[in-house]
Design a protein. Sequence first.
Length: 335
Amino acid sequence: MITPSELKNILPINNVIKDFVLKSRKIVKNIINGKDSRLLVICGPCSIHEIKSAIDYGTRLRLLSEKLNNKLYIIMRVYLEKSRTINGWKGLINDPYINQSFDIESGLFIARNLLLTLLKLKLPIATEILSINNYQYINDLISWGAIGARTVESQIHREVVSGIPMPVGFKNNTDGNIIKAINAVQASRLKHSFINIDQHGKITVINTNGNYNSHIILRGGKTPNYHNSSIHFCKQQMINFGLPTKLIVDCSHGNASNNYLNQLKVARSVITQINNNNRDIIGIMLESNINSGNQKLTLPKYLKYGVSITDPCINWNTTHKILFEIYKNLSFKNK
């Protein structure tokens, strides 16, 4: 396998993109710490499987974000790996040609090249950190990361996050339990030492200083947890554990009762709570694509353009409507 440093030498980050990534990370940190009152919006496809439509979507999102930037800080959701409950397509890096060839090295090239293309559009990137080895190949290009509901209890993910120089959100478990996510935030804020690969592919001991910008993502479970009572309960638990009461609401998944069309209803509720002076909600997540719904996994030549092959998504027109409605109804502007 090619090493992370070798791939980065072939597909390098230039100073313009590097500065942009560092600036975007700082903006997100400022939102988390109350120094920037914009709403963080993590918006994009459930997963990326098609390069052309991903760039198409990113171009549209960038143009829209320019119009809404004084109230919303929009980051594109670019999920390159997918956690599976049992089995299934594991994402662009693992199986880039969607034919079970599992050409992971090609997947890493394709993924890094896509991220560089999107960053050239001046579009900050969010992704899920699933494989701690794959992350090493793209870690210089990401502005915000997530630990999913199925890996939130993983000790190694908590350790890795403790050494990541960017904000990372931990989702509550798929059953809705928030304590495991709170435990994860606590653990990621501590110093750790663990074995991992370095940029040259060598096994090494990593020593970290803790990540003070990790936070909770409420994604619902057996029942939604975006309502005021659920958010108040989560905040109280965070206070009990001595943590900052900052959180993001995922408008999809359990909060949408597994119906992607309910994302607008969730977003409206969140904005109402923010306007009622709940400033502990720092952001929302939306699963959105060019076209709505999802489609069965098949060979690429048979796939519809801009339609998810994992979770169903709202289409671009609905995304445009939601983001403009949020922008219009938010009762505060950036500091």
